[in-house]
Design a protein around this ligand. Structure first.
Ligand SMILES: [Zn+2]
Length: 308
């Protein structure tokens, strides 16, 4: 399968999403089955799958109470993610953007993986003993899949808990709370909160002795390209998968929105688990409406054919 063009794709949504929706509304591809919600039929397919790819989105995190900062209610102060998660916003006001990410990091200390995260992690562990694999391609940056115990996670949009130095490029895991002294107690989401206006030298800095460059969150911002090494791994996983699950994603953020439809065109079964149908639903073999924390544990529980 050819995914190479995605390597240079940038993170986009909204306008392209609307275009995608129009395209998807034209209906399923010729020869493709309409999506169904027969769990027994899905379980048969699941029992035979050797390489399962799970494309997981913000909907899984939302069931743990993690805000997306998008949509009508999704504001931090006066802004939404697309106003702050950009290189331009960071270089214009790194203090404000760091307050926003500090808030999101601290908030995650109060959140836990939910039944959907746990079902995926347990399924991966179980299948690995049988010589089968399950990989999560995550669009979330909150690391809840890893915290639930998933081993094989491709974080295509990066992580809240990694930083990247804008001088030397060094990417490191950083789980400090607070990430730096100057951000302690800052980052209130209240629309009336004042900017902290932290001097740039007091924001998180690179700890390499000769560098001391300004750090930024190691996440993919709007307008930025996705990490090509990770996309190469994604491509490999999509190439070998024989079952694809699309979990808690509205299928409008590119390029992830293209992954499952590409797999479906090869005749690989795709099952969508989401609160409601999406623009891509008609292209998939299965659709299960409802909370992922309810539907996924049932879908992925031990099958009677599993002997280990
Ligand atoms: Zn550095």
């Amino acid at each position: 399968m050819v995914l190479r063009p995605f390597v240079s794709w940038r993170l986009v949504s909204r306008r392209c999403g609307a275009r995608w929706a129009k395209w998807a509304e034209r209906g399923p591809c010729v020869g493709m089955a309409r999506s169904g919600s027969d769990m027994a039929e899905f379980r048969k397919v699941f029992s035979k799958a050797k390489h399962i790819v799970v494309i997981a989105g913000a909907g899984v995190s939302a069931e743990s109470g993690v805000p997306t900062f998008r949509g009508a209610a999704g504001y931090w102060r006066k802004w939404q993610a697309q106003d702050l998660a950009t290189p331009e916003a960071f270089f214009r006001n790194p203090s404000r953007v760091w307050e926003y990410y500090h808030y999101r990091r601290e908030l995650m200390l109060t959140k836990s993986p939910n039944a959907a995260h746990v079902a995926l992690a347990e399924c991966e562990t179980r299948l690995s003993r049988q010589g089968r694999s399950l990989v999560v391609i995550s669009q979330s940056i909150d690391e809840l899949h890893c915290r639930a115990g998933s081993q094989h996670v491709l974080e295509i949009h990066g992580s809240l808990f990694k930083t990247r130095c804008i001088s030397c490029g060094d990417v490191v895991v950083n789980q400090k709370s607070p990430i730096c002294a100057a951000l302690e107690g800052k980052g209130s989401p209240d629309p009336n909160a004042e900017d902290a206006n932290i001097p740039v030298e007091l924001l998180p800095r690179c700890e390499k002795s000769t560098c001391n460059g300004l750090l930024r969150p190691s996440v993919v911002w709007f307008g930025e390209t996705l990490n090509s090494d990770i996309l190469t791994q994604v491509e490999k996983e999509l190439d070998i998968c024989d079952l694809c699950l699309v979990v808690g994603t509205s299928s409008i953020v590119y390029p992830a929105a293209m992954f499952a439809p590409q797999v479906a065109t090869r005749g690989i079964p795709v099952a969508e688990f989401n609160l409601r149908t999406t623009p891509a639903t008609g292209r998939f073999r299965f659709h299960f409406s409802g909370r992922c924390g309810t539907t996924l544990p049932l879908a992925l529980e031990r099958h009677e054919s599993e002997v280990i």
